[in-house]
Design a binder for this molecule. Structure first.
Ligand SMILES: Cc1ncc(COP(=O)(O)O)c(C=O)c1O
Length: 475
């Protein structure tokens, strides 16, 4: 069923494009018909307001938001200091195009970020709008800096939907289906996620790391020689591929290979960055130095802004004009990001992430200790407030050969749990090709809000397990 049919717009209706009154459609139906079907949506209502950890819809329904707009509104919706900073910038200077002049919020943001970088060598900044664009710029920089072309990415990775970013995305086929050819010169190795190696969830991280690093050696020996390889791109905590933290020894192994061969290590912190994992950047947990780091999402708490950060010695190889973009490093977005950086410190966000993380894991472990539910839980994992639970499946992506097939599992368990949560007033998301539900609540969520969300989630899982293997599951 298309989005339009779902909204009750009759199939075959000729374009009702003469406005709301002319079309006779409600605003909601107008959206269903005239907004591209290429966007999938968790809910079909119209979101009208956001405050802290809650959002409201036009029918008056209020939801606790454990999606944070996919890891963006980390300080909650409409954080007063962030919105205030953006509003003031709106009345001062909205668009100071980056190829025409510097603007103050841009430079103030650089000043703030220099103090937050996981390594002091990361001292040269370029701001863009989206994570995908920043990934494109990182690839461009790696190619120019090395004079080489090929990129190695991870099986399971997600880096965005533009053509270069899609080429290094390997989490689901939907992101590129029907759109090939993508950027050439891309090779992949399995992420150190037990599924990618067909190993059980109990496999020690060190074993997963060495299996993935072995595959890297093979790729460099059999598919793309180091002298043709510009970069290895990695999410230090796999996001859309299933919320899997990379073992530190894997990231260290990538660093060693890059050092040995003069390959750039691109670390994508778009989803895992900005305190999400209990440190400013996930890569800090391993102590590994990126050559290029990509950031976005929580950076500006909802205002479009991304960044590519590298060493000045590398970015000095870019001729002026190589990077740019009409809206790149927009002044309002940068002003919001400066306020975000200040609020992180003033409001002790890192401490809240660590404390709430313990409560979140405890709630999931308690669910896992329920004997009715336990057989259907494969894994609980993550760092900070970037956490996932993985359920069993009767038809996993690996089909009958998948070692984790469990024929008596409820079908599409993750989606059914999410749907039940939404009915009960909790917005929450699945992730990956597997049966995974992810938790990305605001980083300043209160203990009471976290408990409320986890109670709804727990009841939803129990309800879906009880409902079992219904043949007519519509999600
Ligand atoms: C790790 C990672 N990289 C890149 C992107 C792409 O960012 P955007 O959607 O802003 O283009 C995402 C988005 O989810 C992401 O999670």
């Amino acid at each position: 069923m298309s989005n339009a049919e779902a909204a009750g717009v009759p199939h075959g209706t000729s374009s009702p494009s003469r406005g709301v009154s002319g079309s006779g459609l409600s605003l909601h139906q107008l959206g269903q018909y005239h907004v591209t079907n290429g966007i999938g949506r968790l809910t079909e209502g119209i979101m009208t307001k956001g405050q802290g950890s809650y959002v409201e819809y036009d029918d008056g329904k209020r939801y606790l938001d454990f999606t944070s707009g996919i890891g963006v509104t980390s300080l909650g919706h409409c954080h007063p200091k962030v919105s205030q900073a953006a509003a003031e910038q709106c009345l001062t200077l909205v668009h100071a195009q980056c190829s025409i002049a510097f603007h103050k919020p841009y430079l103030q943001l650089v000043e703030r970020l220099l103090l937050m970088m996981p390594h002091p060598s990361l001292n040269s900044f370029f701001f863009w709008n989206s994570g995908s664009e920043a990934v494109e710029a990182a690839i461009k920089l790696a190619r120019v800096a090395t004079g080489r072309q090929n990129i190695i990415c991870m099986q399971g990775a997600y880096h965005g939907r533009t053509f270069g970013a899609s080429a290094v995305t390997r989490s689901k086929t939907i992101y590129s289906e029907g759109t090939f050819p993508l950027m050439p010169g891309v090779f992949s190795i399995p992420y150190p996620y037990w599924h990618q190696h067909g190993l059980p969830p109990s496999t020690p991280p060190s074993e997963l790391a060495s299996k993935s690093l072995y595959q890297l050696d093979l790729v460099l020996a059999q598919q793309t020689t180091p002298r043709d390889t510009a970069a290895i791109i990695v999410e230090p905590l796999l996001g859309e591929g299933g919320y899997v933290p990379a073992p530190p020894e894997f990231l260290q192994g990538l660093r060693d290979v890059c050092d040995k061969h003069g390959i750039m290590l691109i670390v994508d912190e778009v989803q895992s960055g900005f305190a999400r994992t209990g440190k400013y950047f996930m890569i800090e947990h391993s102590g590994v130095r990126p050559d290029i780091m990509v950031i976005a999402k929580g950076l500006a708490n909802g205002f479009p802004l991304s960044g590519v950060i590298s060493r000045k010695e590398l970015t000095d190889k870019l001729k002026p004009g190589t990077l740019g973009g009409t809206y790149a490093g927009n002044a309002v977005s940068c002003a919001a990001a400066v306020a975000v950086a200040d609020a992180f410190k003033q409001e002790n966000i890192l401490t809240n992430v660590q404390e709430r993380s313990r409560e979140l894991f405890a709630a999931l472990e308690s669910l896992r200790s329920d004997p009715d539910v336990a057989p259907y839980i494969l894994d609980v994992r993550g760092r900070g407030l970037m956490v996932a639970i993985e359920f069993t499946s009767p038809n996993p992506p690996g089909g009958k050969l998948d070692p984790f097939i469990k024929p008596d599992s409820p079908k599409m368990m993750a989606q059914r749990v999410v749907k039940t949560c939404v009915k009960e007033g909790l917005l929450i998301l699945t992730t990956s090709a597997y049966e995974v539900v992810r938790f990305i609540p605001p980083l300043n969520i209160s203990p009471e809000e976290l408990k409320k969300g986890m109670d709804i989630f727990t009841e939803a899982v129990k309800a879906v397990v009880k409902e079992g293997r219904s043949e007519n599951v519509v999600v």
